[in-house]
Design a binder for this molecule. Structure first.
Ligand code: CA
Length: 225
């Protein structure tokens, strides 16, 4: 899951970045509206956290412009406390959800999970495939009920594949959603992580969970329970 944080207050931006990365999210940050617009268009994000009060163009304008340009990434707006008008304007400008500052961290994370669930066809809180379960809330993965020891990046890659079960996911797409803009290496890093992931998730007796589709990418089949 890749998140864009548009927030001009350095303390809040830093705390959000640190906290979200600890939860396994890939995080890009913009400290003003123009930069936020640019970064939102430049790379695909799964969700955007957008502060309302920003220098230059404010959060409402950023939101409107993105929607006018046909960019439908879910947007969580951060507003000042108890400003009902803010909330109405935020939703009218095309935001999907809002959260009043100051907010508690667990509540923010729950809003993000809810938003990313809403944008997919199926909305399971816990993802399943081939005896595996992945809980996005706790970042834990189990196989046949036994917890597996995966790194944050491995969980991120597996989560993206499981969320798009039944469709081939390219290495470029995995790079876009599981690595941030600061990473400038090529798709070989994806191969390395998928290789390690397979060693941990594949059962010694069963079929491989992640199928390689030559020249296209990776697939977790839809018909695996
Ligand atoms: Ca602000």
């Amino acid at each position: 899951m890749r998140v864009l944080v548009v927030e001009d207050e350095p303390d809040i931006a830093e705390a959000l970045t640190w906290g979200l990365r600890a939860e396994g999210y890939v995080v890009d940050v913009a400290d003003n509206g123009e930069e936020g617009l640019w970064k939102a268009r430049e790379s695909p994000h799964d969700v955007i956290i957008l502060d309302v009060m920003l220098p230059g163009i404010d959060g409402y304008q950023v939101c409107r412009k993105l929607r006018e340009q046909g960019l439908w990434t879910p947007i969580l707006m951060l507003t000042a406390m108890d400003e009902d008008l803010d909330h109405a304007e935020g939703l009218d400008s095309g935001a999907d959800d809002y959260l009043a500052k100051p907010f508690s961290y667990p509540v923010l994370l729950a809003h993000l999970r809810s938003l990313t669930r809403r944008t997919l066809g199926a909305r399971p809180a816990v993802l399943t495939a081939a005896g595996l379960t992945l809980d996005p809330a706790s970042r834990t993965v189990t196989r046949d009920g036994v917890a597996l020891d995966l790194t944050g990046r491995e969980v991120a890659v597996l989560e993206h594949l499981m969320r798009h079960k039944g469709r081939v996911v390219s290495k470029t797409e995995l790079l876009d959603h599981c690595w941030d803009v600061a990473y400038d290496g090529g798709p070989a890093v994806v191969e390395v992580h998928v290789h390690r992931l397979r060693r941990k998730i594949d059962s010694p007796t069963g079929e491989p969970v992640i199928v390689t589709v030559r020249g296209e990418g990776y697939l977790i089949r839809d018909n695996v329970a």
